[in-house]
Each structure stands twice: as C-alpha cells, then as structure tokens.
Design a protein around this ligand. Structure first.
Ligand SMILES: [Zn+2]
Length: 361
C-alpha cells in the first residue's frame, strides 16, 4: 500500500507532503489511498556511515562465516538508522552484493585492504610490493563497488609510523583506478602520508590524524574529502599504540596529533572541505553513527552540518539520491527537529529502506 508522510524535509527545510509508491519510490504527486505514516515530522534521507568495516568486529562473532559476519554488522548499522554505508576495505569480499534487496543498507565496499607486506594488522589486508600496487588496485576495483582502499601507513618493526608506499607508486595506483572510473580512499595517520595522498589526488583521506592547515588548503583546492573517524580517538590512543609496539616518541607524536584533530576538523569544515561521518566500526562496535555526529558537532560543526555529514552530504558523495521524486524511498522521520536536539537520533518515529518499514530498535 502506498504511504504518505507530512513534515519538514531536510535538506532544504521545506514543509512537504511526500508519498511512497508501491515500487518503494518517492513521489510528490499525491497517490490515492496512501496510508499516512508520519505527520508533523522531521524527514531526512537516512543516516550514512562513510567508514565502517562490516567484516571486522561483527556482532556475529569471529566464529561465524564471513557472510554471517557482514550481515550481522550491516543489521547493527541498520538498527542505528544507517541506510547506506561505505566499507573502505575489508579482509574479504563478503560485503559485495549486500543492500536493500536483502533488507540491508545500501553497501558500497572497496574490496580488500591493500598494503605492503607487513604493512597492516596481520591477516587483514592483501599485501603487495609497491611495484604491484597499481595492478592490485585495478583488480580490487573490479571486485568492489567503485572504490579501492590503500593502507597508507603503519608501524615499522622499529615502532615508527612510516608510509607503506613511496609517493610515486601511490600516485600510479590512484591514476590507474581513476582511469578505470573508480575512486580511492587512503588510510593516513601521519602528515607525510596525507601529503603523498593529496599529491596523488586521492578521493578521500581516512583518519588524517596528522592533518595540518597547509594540507587542508591543498585538499580544498583538489576537493578531497576527509573522513576523520573522530570516534576512535576517544579511546586511549597512547595505550593502543604502545600495545602495538610504537616507540615512546611515536606515541607522543600521535597523541599530540589526536589532540589537535577537533580543531582541524572544524577548520576543514569552515574552509569548505567536505567532512563526512565515519565510525571506523571494526575498531569500535557497529551502529555508533550517532556518536560520530555528536563528535563532529562537538568539534565545532553546527548540528545541521554534522547531520549533513552523516546523511545528505554523504549520499551526494556516494552518488545516492535524497528525498526526491522517483528516488528509492530511504527516509527517517523524527518527532523533533534533530538540528535542535541530536538526542532525537536515538528515537526515530519511522525508518524506511527503499520504501520498506524497518522495525525500530
Ligand atoms: Zn578503517
């Protein structure tokens, strides 16, 4: 049965009557016999987690099959209102094909993590020497949803963070992926890696802990997106790095960078750089997008900008539509205005995934 919703729609803040037809698509032309499911609500086109690893830290547990793990993670994201997500790297290819057709969020996976031999947590990544990075990137692109993920830096055996690839090899890989119509996300902790990623013309910098004002200026010129995953820096970074074998001076350098991150996030947003919400679930549990929205807000983004970073702006980045005529009906309705009270994110009135009502948590 067709549905009818009334309320204020974001972005745009227009009062609308919108309809969902029997194919699960939005229409702004009234449909006879539509059942009213929301009135005087605040309507947004769903939440988006732009950085979540379905294949890691799944609520299904490590003993479950790869397929069960990614599905359980995706269900946890959906329960938090995430209707679309990007997975920037996975230990496997199990996330490919997940989406609304199987009752799960639209999933855009980057295939397997790419790194140098020994350049990431053991067993998680596809390890290739620098000379083979471009070929491997092209192969992962062919198995992904238009994205490739490169682990840009990691701890050496001496406990120091260093770029995994020389700038030329990274640039060659980015060039190859772009030529094939794909996009590249790069995990960057230190300044040198962000520098090489920006020089290579990547599409998104992930984490970007060692961000500087000078790098932000170049990112703005090149329209490179930043997904700072602020949530992971709430953990005890020093203890985590120490446990991984980082040297005392490296622990000190990264702790200082992490402390400056909120100011850099705010500066990036104010400069006009696209900053998106990503939880890095895998490092943390799945379904924490609301916390990252709060983090962006605490860094100095307005509530509306923080919401955009986890909804309509992220959808634009991923090539997904919002609440518009003919678009698949992805929508969350809230009783109160989330721009004046982000706490309402935990209490949606109604969630529609491609027009299908999702039971509330
Ligand atoms: Zn990650």
């Amino acid at each position: 049965m067709p549905l009818h919703l009334h309320g204020r729609m974001l972005p745009g803040d227009h009062e609308v009557d919108c309809f969902v037809d029997d194919d699960g698509r939005f229409s702004f032309t009234p449909i006879d016999g539509a059942r009213t499911v929301a009135r005087d609500a605040f309507l947004i086109p769903g939440l988006v987690d732009a950085h979540t690893h379905l294949g890691i830290n799944s609520p299904a547990g490590d003993g479950a099959s790869e397929e069960e793990q990614v599905r359980a993670s995706a269900r946890a994201e959906l329960a938090a209102g995430v209707l679309a997500l990007r997975e920037p790297g996975s230990p496997n290819r199990a996330s490919r094909g997940l989406g609304p057709s199987v009752g799960l969020p639209t999933t855009i996976t980057a295939g397997r993590f790419l790194t140098r031999p020994g350049g990431y947590f053991k067993g998680l990544a596809r390890e290739v020497p620098a000379a083979m990075l471009a070929d491997a990137a092209a192969e992962e692109l062919a198995q992904s949803d238009g994205w490739v993920k490169v682990i840009g830096d990691f701890l050496t055996e001496e406990g120091v963070l260093r770029p995994n690839f020389d700038p030329g090899s990274l640039a060659a890989a980015v060039h190859r992926v772009h030529e094939a119509g794909g996009r590249v996300a790069v995990h960057c902790a230190i300044r040198e890696t962000i520098d090489a990623a920006v020089a290579a013309g990547v599409d998104s910098v992930e984490h970007g802990t060692g961000m500087t004002q000078a790098l932000l200026e170049r990112m703005l010129l090149q329209q490179i997106t930043w997904v700072p995953t602020m949530i992971i820096f709430h953990a005890d970074i020093a203890a985590f790095l120490h446990e991984m074998g980082a040297s005392a001076s490296e622990v000190a350098r990264m702790t200082e960078s992490a402390a400056q991150q909120p100011a850099m996030v705010r500066a990036a947003h104010e400069a006009g750089i696209r900053v998106l919400a990503g939880t890095d679930a895998g490092m943390v549990e799945h379904g924490l997008i609301a916390q990252e929205i709060h983090n962006l807000c605490n860094a100095g983004l307005s509530a509306e900008a923080a919401l955009a970073a986890a909804s309509w702006d992220a959808r634009d980045f991923l090539g997904l539509q919002v609440i518009e005529d003919g678009a698949p009906a992805d929508l969350i309705a809230y009783a109160r205005d989330p721009r004046s009270d982000l706490g309402v994110l935990a209490h949606p009135e109604l969630v529609l995934l491609h027009g299908i009502e999702i039971p509330r948590r």
